[in-house]
Design a protein around this ligand. Structure first.
Ligand code: UDP
Length: 210
């Protein structure tokens, strides 16, 4: 029996993570599949797509999963599902990711190509740092936070759990972003963002609900 590795989510995010995990496991003798509860096909990019129930029941010496779904609430639910089934979540990191000094990052982080984490940073569970994003010095980031591609998160920023930072957003040094807030793509965040709101634009302003 071999160790069984899964990329949970066979959509856009998962198909970007699979080649990184394949490379990470290149010298290991393992089975590597997608896990998806609503699969659009039997396989994707040369890997079978299994339901979670199949992944949890096929014979294996060990079972590990990378949670590759961008939605934070879904990611937390999948994390709990995996933990209840004795499946460890694993981190996946592209070969050219730069991590400097004293960076503590929780289990299950997915770090895409060209991500940089500088020094003295704390990040919680299942962080997604997408292509070309950076996190500067002394930032504190909660659990299940998602950075879309190209997020520029400057020093001393605090970000609450479940926040989503859109592609190309720039966050000014020292800003706090509340839990479950959404920062729109390209936003320039110059003031603190309360929990749960969506901000857009330059300078970023709260988007009023219509
Ligand atoms: N998914 C799943 N189980 C769940 C929720 C989602 O397997 O409980 C899968 C879903 O079927 C889809 C993927 O996760 O294939 C999420 O893909 P989506 O295109 O919504 O987003 P992204 O890939 O950008 O995270």
């Amino acid at each position: 029996m071999k160790p069984l590795y899964g990329v949970y989510g066979a959509s856009g995010c998962g198909r970007g993570v699979m080649p990184l995990l394949r490379r990470q496991l290149a010298t290991a003798d393992v089975e590597l599949v997608f896990i998806d509860d609503d699969p659009a096909a039997d396989a994707a990019n040369g890997h079978p797509i299994w339901t979670f129930d199949r992944f949890a029941s096929e014979p294996a010496s060990q079972r590990l999963a990378a949670l590759a779904v961008a939605n934070a609430g879904v990611r937390e639910m999948l994390d709990q599902r995996c933990r209840s089934a004795g499946i460890d979540v694993i981190g996946v990191s592209a070969g050219n990711v730069v991590v400097m000094d004293d960076v503590e990052i929780g289990p299950g982080a997915l770090l895409s190509p060209f991500v940089t984490l500088t020094s003295n940073i704390r990040i919680g569970r299942c962080f997604h740092g997408n292509l070309y994003s950076y996190v500067e010095h002394d930032c504190v980031i909660g659990d299940y936070v998602t950075f879309a591609p190209g997020v520029r998160c400057n020093g001393n920023v605090t970000i609450g759990s479940h926040a989503y930072i859109g592609s190309g957003a720039i966050i000014r040094q020292g800003i706090s972003i509340g839990a479950s807030a959404t920062v729109g793509m390209g936003a320039v965040v110059t003031k603190d963002v309360p929990p749960g709101v969506t901000v857009i634009g330059n300078p970023a302003r709260i988007m009023e609900k219509k």
